[in-house]
Write a protein that binds this ligand. Structure first.
Ligand code: S3P
Length: 168
């Protein structure tokens, strides 16, 4: 079985779905942001604050290339990973790309309770979510499998992914 790569905007449920998938398929879950935080001993917020987004993107690409070398794992990526072609080429070489989709209002609800998304630390996060989603939509849609998540539990979404990857 190839790797399963979860992409999608912040708050679309990549982590929760990744955990269910890992359990259902008995595969290891590797979260790119968590690996970056452990390797740098800094939170994503601190990396953005100290070095800025362009440096974060370089660190993210290095980590994605390293993680992509694994076999038979589930990889959960940060919401901006899809923007760089070299990220997606590395991930696609060993994995099937799945993208989780959600509405801006749902994303706002899911991300509002925590303060760990530097890009959403703005006065009007809903407007920011809409703006980023509009720009990123074509990148998310390049996935092998696109899953609308509205009204579904992480387990239901994971089961749907298991069914769909069988056909890939
Ligand atoms: C980002 C998403 C975040 C994290 C960083 C940037 C983005 O990951 O990588 O804050 O550009 O959408 P999650 O999608 O896991 O929140």
């Amino acid at each position: 079985m190839k790797n399963i790569v979860l992409t999608g905007f912040m708050g679309t449920g990549k982590t929760a779905v990744g955990k269910e998938l890992a359990r259902l398929l008995d595969m290891r879950l590797i979260d790119v942001d968590t690996e970056i935080e452990v390797a740098r001993d800094m939170s994503i917020n601190e990396i953005f604050e100290k070095f800025g987004e362009p440096v974060f993107r370089e660190i993210e690409t290095d980590m994605i290339k390293k993680i992509s070398r694994n076999k038979q794992v589930i990889i959960s990526t940060g919401g901006g990973a899809v923007l760089k072609q070299e990220n997606m080429e590395a991930l696609r070489e060993t994995g099937i790309i799945v993208c989780l989709m959600a509405l801006p209002e749902t994303i706002l609800r899911r991300t509002r309770s925590t303060d760990d998304r530097p890009l959403l630390r703005v006065e009007n996060p809903l407007e920011k979510i809409r703006e980023l989603l509009d720009f990123r939509k074509p990148y998310y849609e390049k996935a092998d499998i696109v899953i609308p998540t509205e009204g579904k539990t992480p387990l239901q979404i994971a089961e749907e992914i298991v069914e769909k990857v069988k056909g890939c």
